[in-house]
Design a protein around this ligand. Structure first.
Ligand SMILES: Cc1ncc(COP(=O)(O)O)c(C=O)c1O
Length: 364
């Protein structure tokens, strides 16, 4: 039996290698994972406590609308609760967007290179991905505007961009939004929002007030340290939310995940701690890169895309065999770069030592 045409030959998503996989395959005990932009500090202890409280509730389906999480998050973000939608990770909202807005033949505009799911979900719906190359690792908003046709339904802006870590500024984004035609919805994927400290970074929620054509995506998988639970959310005009709600699976965010996220959102001190540690980690790593003459993109999230000057798979394998998992840039569009997640100080040190050993052996 054949799958539908749009699914035939679709590339499989290649996640970073897991700790378990590397330990098993290479027989290593002491492995660190700096590959999937997870939070090395775990999550707020409030989450553990909250989960204890619902031990007797596992036989019940969750409430589909996630009322407790909705209320707490709406208060935290200072938005109307009707402006929120929750997903099984923001990945699921990415999928819901394509399912809701794309007919076969419709176009969705995205950067090359960016988060690969925008391309995949577009293709699944029979849509056409229109890719606009990055300019020095940054979204080319003028180019993206020029790529919009009457067939365009979605425009994806990943901010900070994965894998480059670069941002588009408030001014550039506002100017872009002012010129977007009315048949297009702009998706601002802000998975790394809480890590950004740059003052030019957009206050996207304020943009929403006078621009109903945007949806902001955020997640509990990154700074909140809840990747295992899979919770993401979208913030948009209630009309957009109402359409997405039609395609949402009834119980898409599970009971544990809702509880965990609702507890995590209250612990602002934890988020602040992680943000500061992350900034220090970026400094720790980039000082060494500068010393060794390696170039890298300005890192605004919790990862750095660094040019090693060598085939990325070789660097990746070298590090892997020494128990340090990073992402090779080969499948991310950067054949000589690696993407490394910022870890704890001692993890960063270990990564830097192993990378340095490689560079000394191979010359840089
Ligand atoms: C830019 C971007 N968007 C979305 C996601 C998906 O996050 P979630 O775990 O919420 O599905 C990721 C995960 O790495 C990401 O980097």
């Amino acid at each position: 039996m054949q799958p539908k045409a749009s699914v035939r030959g679709l590339p499989l998503y290649k996640p970073g290698k897991s700790l378990e996989e590397v330990k098993r395959e290479l027989g290593l005990e002491d492995v660190i994972k700096l590959a999937s932009n997870e939070n090395p500090f775990g999550c707020s202890p409030r989450v553990w406590k909250a989960l204890e409280e619902i031990k007797g509730e596992f036989q019940y389906y969750p409430e589909g609308a996630a009322p407790e999480l909705r209320e707490k998050l709406a208060e935290h973000l200072e938005v109307d609760p009707r402006r929120l939608i929750f997903g099984n990770g923001s990945d699921e909202i990415v999928q819901m967007l394509a399912r809701t807005y794309l007919e076969p033949g419709d176009e969705s505009v995205m950067a090359d290179f960016t988060f690969p799911r925008y391309d995949t979900v577009t293709r699944i719906e029979g849509g056409v991905p229109v890719v606009v190359p990055l300019r020095e690792g940054v979204h080319d908003l003028e180019g993206m505007l020029a790529a919009i046709t009457e067939k365009t339904r979605l425009v994806w802006i990943c901010n900070p961009n994965n894998p480059t870590g670069t941002i588009v500024s408030q001014d550039a984004l506002s100017d872009f939004l002012d010129r977007i035609p009315p048949h297009v919805l702009v998706v601002l994927d802000e998975a790394y929002y809480e890590y950004v400290t740059d003052s030019t970074y957009p206050d996207s929620i304020s943009l929403l007030d006078y621009n109903p054509q945007i949806i902001i995506l955020r997640t509990f998988s990154k700074i909140y340290g809840l990747a295992a639970f899979r919770v993401g959310y979208g913030i948009a005009h209630p009309d957009v939310i109402a359409e997405l709600e039609r395609v949402r699976e009834p119980f898409n965010v599970n009971r544990l995940a809702q509880k965990a996220a609702a507890a995590a959102v209250e612990d602002e001190a934890f988020v602040l701690y992680c943000r500061n540690q992350n900034r220090m980690g970026i400094k720790q790593m980039t000082e060494k890169f500068d010393e060794w003459g390696l170039s890298y993109f300005p890192a605004h999230g919790n990862f750095i895309l660094v040019d090693t000057g060598h085939p990325a798979d070789e660097v990746f394998q070298h590090l892997l065999h020494r128990g340090v998992i990073v992402r090779s840039g080969v499948h991310l569009g950067f054949p000589e770069h690696i993407r490394v997640t910022v870890g704890k100080k001692e993890q960063n040190e270990r990564f830097l030592e192993e990378l340095h050993a490689f560079l000394q052996k191979r010359g840089k």
